[in-house]
Design a protein around this ligand. Structure first.
Ligand SMILES: Nc1nc2c(ncn2[C@@H]2O[C@H](COP(=O)(O)OP(=O)(O)OP(=O)(O)O)[C@@H](O)[C@H]2O)c(=O)[nH]1
Length: 350
């Protein structure tokens, strides 16, 4: 079976917004998921690298300067190659950009990489709630960075009043329409919003995904508790019937902004496209990864949706309406219609 490509997530945000704090949080709460981190410090002393040292499975630091100013991408390529080699058994790579980096340049380098083991996994932009206005006045490019993000983390929520936070959320939503804005303190976002977490191998009792409840318990202990994630909901969908690709794409295109994360796999059963299509959506970011089904694997669709303020029933009904068996008979439409897959294939990677 083809090896799954390793998503490379870019973690950006202005100086001091809380990127390293968030990365450390991901490292300590992602269960058995092996995270490879590329830390890109601005300056010659690798503070960030030191701050995450000891917590990371594999870490390479680009050191001394801004990644986006690199003359070519060969340096980053080399680091990604090291982390993506199968022996490293890394599940996800996080590139922490320096606070002064241009995220789109880093994204361009990742997209240009010829390494077949990796795939771009989206941009997470960390915003400092307390400094937003001052930073924006000095660095208008911040608006552009927020505009291209797949997920905006409104960090340091503990430093502003509720009303100010709500107003910031509205303004961020205006800058990035349709992109989820997740308030957080000390970078405490659910890692599942960014990537799939594996259970921790060294805990016999932890043969399950890290749940929101687990996170609540972990956070209660250290005084920086952020209970915002208590509002998260997760909705599951399972179907043995194949899914109609056009209907599913319409459903995905219209997904509500509060639906931060969708993961799972889809069975379309369309002629020529009977593979397993793993689906990975983080905010605006959407990808299908195509791979053969294992011989013993039942051909079925299984999706988990995680969000805040989402209408679980409407989502379930929306997906139900995408099953082939639930469609009204329409002329010319059937699982033999390979053209119906075009919308999906635009987002697909094998
Ligand atoms: N009050 C508060 N402080 C925070 C929060 N998140 C991070 N900090 C603090 O803010 C400071 C900067 O955090 P870092 O995680 O180093 O920020 P960074 O974005 O990696 O910084 P650069 O590497 O300079 O770009 C540290 O002192 C953190 O402890 C938060 O949510 N609330």
């Amino acid at each position: 079976m083809a090896r799954r490509q390793i998503p490379v997530i870019v973690l950006a945000g202005f100086l001091g917004s809380g990127k390293t704090t968030l990365l450390n949080h991901l490292l300590s709460t992602s269960g058995g998921t092996r995270i490879g981190a590329v830390v890109n410090d601005f300056g010659s002393i690798e503070i960030d690298a030191m701050s995450v040292a000891g917590q990371v499975d594999s870490m390479v630091s680009l050191g001394n300067g801004c990644l986006c100013c690199a003359v070519d991408s060969s340096e980053l390529d080399g680091f990604l190659d090291r982390l993506a080699r199968p022996a490293a058994r890394i599940d996800v790579i996080v590139v922490e950009a320096s606070g002064l980096a241009e995220p789109q340049e880093i994204i361009r380098m990742i997209l240009a990489s010829e390494n077949k083991n990796i795939v771009y996994g989206g941009l997470v932009e960390v915003v400092d709630a307390a400094e937003f206005d001052r930073t924006r006045a000095r660095h208008p490019e911040l608006d552009r960075h927020i505009g291209i993000a797949d997920l905006v983390v409104l960090n340091k929520a503990d430093r502003v009043q509720d009303a100010a936070r709500a107003s910031l959320e509205d303004r961020l939503t205006e800058l990035a329409p349709g992109t989820p804005v997740v308030p957080a303190s000390y970078g405490r976002v659910d890692p599942e919003l960014l990537f799939d977490c594996k259970p921790r191998e060294d805990h016999v009792e932890a043969i399950r995904q890290l749940s929101f409840e687990d996170l609540c318990h972990e956070e209660d202990g250290d005084g920086h508790a952020d209970h915002l994630h208590a509002a998260y909901q997760s909705v599951e969908f399972v179907s043995d019937e194949p899914m109609h690709p056009r209907r599913l794409m319409d459903f995905l295109d219209a997904r509500p902004a509060g639906l931060y994360r969708i993961k799972g796999f889809v069975h379309f059963g369309v002629g020529g496209h009977r593979d397993k299509f793993s689906l990975h959506a983080v905010g605006d970011f959407l990808r299908f990864y195509r791979s053969p089904w294992a011989r013993s694997e039942p051909r079925a669709t299984q999706l988990v949706m995680i969000g805040n303020g989402i209408d679980a029933q409407a989502l379930s009904e929306g997906l139900d309406a995408c099953r082939w068996g639930h469609l009204p008979a329409e002329a010319g439409e059937g699982p033999q219609d390979a053209d119906s897959m075009w919308g999906v294939l635009r987002y697909a990677q094998s």
